[in-house]
Design a protein around this ligand. Structure first.
Ligand SMILES: CCCCCCCCCC/C=C/CC(=O)SCCNC(=O)CCNC(=O)[C@H](O)C(C)(C)COP(=O)(O)OP(=O)(O)OC[C@H]1O[C@@H](n2cnc3c(N)ncnc32)[C@H](O)[C@@H]1OP(=O)(O)O
Length: 280
């Protein structure tokens, strides 16, 4: 089979350089299967694929590449066998520099808009724990296959930070208002099986390769469908959520910076980081 592992940065060097000070393409790899036209984006930032500034920049470049090269599909998964993503990098949020946190949250918004609103068919193979921002990443894809025995959800309530409108909108659109409310207000993490029950994921499988096959099956379902019509329909289906968040994006970011920088939230973040350190 003809596989081409693409160093994204060959083609998107300009974009990535202007986005990031991190070393080029260190946190993920994009592999295109030239026979199917489906690319796999494998997150590879040990130990937990936390979303640092550089990670978000590379994710943005990958999504942009998928759109520009008109991939038939994009599968997002993790190289780690235990963690899909631990979400936002808590070190970016703890004692942040005011300009950096503003730019970090703007970057997060940009990536989310790009992925959520992209016309490329997308699927997530969640082969490990998927927490908060990690859950957002999976929910922004169209289809989710999860490997059993892991946890997924948005734990902000337990971390002591508010769930932001973008995260809420995504959760609501997948599992509905009441289930989202019940889960988000207590920071519930679902097991793979519970996630299937509530509709947070579409399938549960025994392992990553089975998950990738299921995701490919979903994406192959569009072979006979006009890519242009499909892409436009997806955008129309998602436009209400996008429009509202675009309209209020600057207001949301400024408010969140203010909240994150507050003493109470900083103390909670510090305690959360301490708990993680001490769990060993
Ligand atoms: C509209 C405006 C724009 C949008 C604005 C959004 C604004 C957002 C505001 C705040 C929202 C935040 C959402 C988030 O995503 S916050 C992050 C929440 N995530 C977590 O709490 C995850 C915590 N991690 C875990 O539960 C576990 O690590 C794990 C993922 C289950 C894996 O467990 P495992 O046992 O394998 O690994 P360890 O726990 O031992 O971790 C290994 C090392 O990794 C460090 N780590 C873990 N998670 C993070 C993280 N999220 N960021 C940074 N670092 C992390 C951990 O401390 C260990 O480090 P060490 O080896 O140095 O001790």
């Amino acid at each position: 089979m003809a596989f081409r592992t693409k160093n994204l940065f060959e083609k998107t060097t300009k974009l990535v350089r202007s986005y990031s000070s991190d070393k080029i393409y260190t946190h993920m790899s994009l592999t295109l299967n030239e026979q199917t036209g489906i690319a796999t984006l494998e997150l590879a930032k040990p130990p937990v694929n936390s979303m640092s500034f550089g990670f978000l920049s590379q994710l943005a470049a990958a999504v942009q590449q998928s759109e520009a090269d008109k991939y038939k599909g994009l599968i997002i998964t993790s190289r780690s066998s235990g963690v899909f993503s631990a979400g936002l990098d808590l070190k970016e949020l703890h004692h942040p520099d005011s300009d950096r946190i503003l730019n970090y949250l703007r970057r997060l918004q940009d990536v989310w808009f790009q992925l959520y609103d992209c016309s490329t068919p997308t699927a997530a193979v969640i082969n490990g724990h998927s927490i908060a921002g990690g859950c957002l990443l999976a929910l922004s894809c169209e289809y989710r296959v999860m490997v059993n025995s892991f946890k997924i959800g948005m734990n902000e309530a337990l971390v002591g930070v508010p769930v932001s409108p973008m995260f809420i909108a995504c959760m609501q659109s997948v599992i509905g208002q009441w289930e989202a409310e019940k889960a988000l207000l207590v920071g519930r993490l679902f097991t793979s099986e519970e996630a299937l029950g509530v509709g947070l994921v579409d399938e549960v499988v025994g392992g990553k390769s089975e998950g990738v096959c299921k995701a490919e099956g979903y994406l192959a379902g569009f072979r006979e469908v006009s890519a242009r019509a499909r892409g436009l329909s997806k955008r129309y289906l998602r436009q209400e959520v996008v429009r509202d968040l675009v309209r209020r994006r600057e207001e949301d970011v400024k408010k969140l910076v203010e909240i994150i920088s507050s003493r109470g939230v900083q103390d909670s973040l510090g305690e959360h980081l301490e708990r993680m350190k001490n769990k060993k």
